[in-house]
Design a protein around this ligand. Structure first.
Ligand SMILES: *Cc1c(COP(=O)(O)O)cnc(C)c1O
Length: 426
């Protein structure tokens, strides 16, 4: 299908174009393996001389169709599904960083990613410097070292809701000859397309809005094809020098603009195997078919709820970049003029204990460890995800002890507000 169709059309029909007599709906290729007529035709696949399917750990037609839809939505040239957002973030970095390397990362990122980068990847010998997304270009530049290979940030951070100045990060990354990787989970390509602002690689936890129904954990890496690896060949030997595990093939020479995403599939997925199941890819695709309808509703509901909370005298503070007084309002208007996401955070007067009482009185809104799906849900990080930390440690981690994360769903907004009101009164 023509990738120049508008996002709405790509959501519904992208990725899968049935030929005469084929299923209208993307089929689930529930098969680990694929059959060939001759030994030689299979051998060509193993040499990466021809493309085709042989084993689902590397590629599967259902997954590839969904990956192609997401690549088209982001304006990229290729994509790979992973078993989770965590796997996508790990692969995105590990595809270009090895032991002894370093990367620069915004400190406003998802807690799971923060642990992965700051603790687990250090054990692989890959070092990271976390820096505030609000830092100046000079301060960001000062974090670079000769062995720095990438820069990373989240378009809207989970749960602190800080907006990344993508152009600023891209300028600094490119001045140092490295790509900018952006986690675009919260806005989705419906609200922001980071490649248009200079990002080179985009990652998602598809578990969130893309699936949208809280049915399947998953992730994706999308390649813009824009980064010139050869121009910085000394930094990226994995892409620009022969891969002994593929008979000395060099990814940039053999695959050109597709070098990065081909290596992620042919080498990392082959060896590490965090593939998304075709069943989950099918569910993800169903979610994607309505992404363009759901996102505007999430945003308008969240805007209404945020304004309602702000006007209530039991509420101490509200953080949502759609509010005019918000620190990130101007950046959100620039990068996401049609809306940001459905996630709000706020605090109640009286702090932690009042927050817990409020949440226990909610009826329609459920307490769950999830965010960004159709059902409105709520989480108190100090009592749940960050429960092991003291109040002082919480503030250090950028999570206030009274912070309530509210993920506004696509129900009727009056019903959501009525539930909030009765819980505030209780
Ligand atoms: C949830 C999340 C992740 C991790 O994704 P999983 O699918 O849970 O592994 C990464 N980044 C962001 C921004 C997230 O919200």
């Amino acid at each position: 299908m023509d990738n120049r169709f508008s996002p709405e059309t790509l959501c519904v029909q992208g990725g899968w174009t049935p030929k005469n007599g084929e299923p209208r709906v993307l089929p689930i290729y529930q098969s680990t393996t694929f059959k060939y007529d001759s030994s030689e035709s299979m051998a060509k696949l193993f040499d990466l001389e021809e493309s085709g399917y042989f084993y689902t750990r590397l590629q599967n037609p259902t997954n590839d169709a969904v990956a192609a839809k997401i690549a088209a939505l982001e304006g990229g040239i290729g994509a790979m599904l992973t078993s989770s957002g965590q796997a996508a973030n790990f692969y995105a970095i590990f595809n270009i960083c090895e032991a002894g390397d370093h990367f620069v990362c915004s400190s406003a990122i998802y807690g799971g990613t923060f642990n992965l980068f700051g603790v687990t990847m250090k054990k692989f010998g890959i070092d990271v410097t976390f820096i505030s997304p609000d830092a100046s270009e000079e301060e960001l530049s000062a974090a670079f070292r000769p062995n720095t290979k990438a820069m990373f940030g989240e378009t809207i951070s989970n749960p602190s809701l800080e907006v990344l100045d993508i152009e600023k990060f891209a300028r600094v990354a490119h001045a140092h000859g490295v790509p900018l990787i952006v986690d675009n989970t919260f806005p989705t390509p419906i609200n922001c397309r980071p490649f248009e602002w200079g990002a080179d690689i985009v990652v998602h936890s598809t578990t969130k809005y893309m699936d949208g129904h809280a049915t399947a954990v998953g992730g994706v890496i999308v390649d813009s094809g824009n980064f010139d690896w050869e121009a910085n060949a000394e930094k990226f030997p994995g892409l620009c020098t022969p891969d002994e595990s593929y008979h000395g093939l060099t990814y940039t020479k053999a695959f050109g603009k597709m070098a990065y995403i081909t290596k992620a599939t042919a080498q990392l997925m082959r060896d590490l195997g965090s593939i998304q199941s075709p069943q989950n890819a099918f569910l993800l695709n169903l979610g994607l078919e309505t992404l363009h309808l759901r996102m505007p509703r999430h945003c308008s509901n969240a805007q209404t709820v945020a304004e309602h909370l702000q006007a209530n005298d039991k509420v101490a503070w509200v953080n949502y970049c759609g509010l005019t007084g918000n620190k990130y309002h101007a950046l959100a208007q620039k990068y996401m003029p049609h809306g940001s996401c459905g996630v709000i955070s706020f605090g109640l007067k009286g702090g932690r204990d009042v927050a817990i009482r409020f949440m226990d009185h909610l009826k329609l809104i459920a307490i769950v460890t999830h965010v960004a799906d159709a059902r409105t849900c709520v989480l108190h990080p100090a009592s749940h995800t960050h429960r092991q930390l003291s109040d002082e440690q919480l503030i250090e981690a950028g999570v206030r002890p009274d912070l309530i994360r509210l993920s506004v769903g696509i129900e009727n907004v009056e019903d959501i507000i009525a539930d909030i009101n009765q819980a505030l009164l209780a």
